[in-house]
Design a protein around this ligand. Structure first.
Ligand code: GDP
Length: 433
């Protein structure tokens, strides 16, 4: 079976751990959108890996990893990651394929990102300033540079000159020289050459040969350009639709969709967050959950699980099941609130509104479940979960309308509970825990 894994909240849900856990059941792990702003943290054998561009499947020797056309690739960042993996004894040779249709992030994109964000003042989006937004803007503006252009010297020079000129006009200086950018890019292009290929063709062949594909989404549904809290979103399709456009596969290639959600909610950067906890309660959740960005180190905003928001994710992705991560972070609380609606004047909204102005006029409606005092931390079997935690998970299932397949009770691969064994067997062949 081919399964897509998507973030069901605002990203950082722990997708990296789950992809790493199930990856050995697949021949190919294919990423379909985003750039090196997506930091997946994986803890294996006491080592901590932060993967930004390369799919988490790379940690398993038999798995081929794909960087789809839907990504924007910063070659410098890609090779830094490849080199870090090499130090840890992991080689990507023969196991990494980069789409010839993927767009490139160049040094001028990074500068444009920083300059544009600075110009927005109070309306800033809170981007990671890695050039991802401007590279996607160039893609939509039909002036982007793709991986396949790296082998065409005249196109490369012309586009880099144009890009650097745009940057220099915006910056009001000429500190970036197109010749330097061209030279650096040409060196990196040479190194990339053996890994470039047609991802759509490679995936079609893999599927024809009966090989199972894991489609890996980055960020989360609420950061999706169309279905997220626009304009406080990323520039790509983080929802499951992005798997088709970002890899060149048809919708029937995705046999099931798994959403990853934390047992509570976090978000990084600006934008609405209905169930956010401000003050000491939010600080406590942040400290307990170690909620600081894997790549940026930025503190994440924290709040309670929002069933309205996750139901939105269930619908726009057609989620078949959820994985609930970081259950252990809620251990020891007297009560655990869940957001079940938004009160807006005389109305209670049960669907996530498009208009952020409308959302700002709403206050969340909470239902509080009893807490549990026996820890879930490190629990590895469903029967060993405290009764309170089981009741909480059942309530999440009722409110979201989908089963909880797995529960994560710690950062390590082994700290995982299979809650729905029949589904886990069908999707992954069982024996996950
Ligand atoms: P991703 O981008 O969705 O993979 O998420 P991140 O890697 O940014 O953030 C997830 C963080 O939580 C990482 O540091 C993980 O090691 C950690 N993590 C994942 N699952 C659990 C869990 O169940 N409990 C705890 N305490 N930490 C977890």
């Amino acid at each position: 079976m081919n399964i897509a894994v998507v973030g069901a909240q605002w990203g950082d849900e722990g997708k990296g751990k789950i992809v790493d856990l199930v990856a050995p059941r697949f021949s190919v792990v294919a990423r379909y959108q985003g750039g090196h702003n997506a930091g997946h943290t994986v803890h294996v054998g006491g080592r901590r890996f932060v993967l930004r561009l390369i799919p988490s499947g790379i940690l398993h020797p038999g798995v081929t990893c794909i960087i789809g056309n839907g990504l924007v690739v910063d070659l410098k960042a890609l090779f830094e990651e490849v080199d870090e993996l090499a130090v840890a004894g992991i080689t990507v040779d023969g196991r990494l394929l980069v789409s010839d249709r993927a767009h490139l992030i160049l040094p001028y994109h990074r500068d444009i990102d920083r300059l544009s964000e600075a110009g927005l003042g109070a309306r800033k989006i809170g981007t990671t300033s890695r050039g991802i937004g401007p590279a996607y803007e160039d893609k939509a503006g039909r002036r982007g540079l793709r991986v396949c252009d790296l082998t065409d010297a005249s196109t490369l020079e012309e586009q880099i000159r144009d890009g650097v000129e745009r940057r220099n006009r915006l910056a009001g200086d000429d500190t970036l020289d197109w010749r330097d950018v061209l030279q650096q890019t040409s060196i990196l292009a040479e190194r990339l050459r053996p890994w470039i290929g047609d991802v759509s063709v490679a995936l079609a062949r893999a599927m024809a040969g009966g090989r199972a594909i894991l489609f890996e989404g980055a960020q989360g549904t609420m950061l999706d350009l169309d279905h997220g809290t626009y304009p406080y979103v990323t520039s790509s399709s983080a929802t499951v639709g992005g798997a088709c456009t970002g890899l060149g596969v048809g919708p029937r290639s995705v046999h099931a969709v798994l959403g990853i959600a934390k047992a509570y909610t976090t978000r990084v950067g600006e934008g609405p967050f209905p169930t956010e906890l401000l003050g000491p309660a939010g600080d406590a959740l942040r400290a307990k959950g170690n909620e600081f960005g894997a790549v940026t180190g930025r503190p994440r905003r924290c709040g309670w699980f929002d069933a309205v928001q996750v139901r939105h994710s269930v619908r726009v992705n057609g989620l078949d099941a959820l994985v609930v991560t970081k259950m252990d972070v809620l251990d020891g609380l007297d009560g655990v609130p869940i957001g079940v609606g938004y009160r807006c004047g005389a109305d209670t909204l049960t669907e996530f509104p498009a208009s952020l102005r409308k959302l700002q006029q709403c206050t969340p409606v909470f239902e509080t479940m009893p807490g549990w005092h026996a820890p879930t931390a490190g629990v590895r079997s469903a029967a060993a979960l405290p009764a309170g935690a089981q009741a909480y998970l059942r309530r999440l299932e009722e409110l979201t309308g989908v089963p909880v397949l797995l529960v994560s009770t710690g950062a390590a691969r082994e700290d995982t509970v299979v809650r729905n064994e029949p589904l886990a067997s069908t999707w992954f062949g069982g024996g996950l825990s």
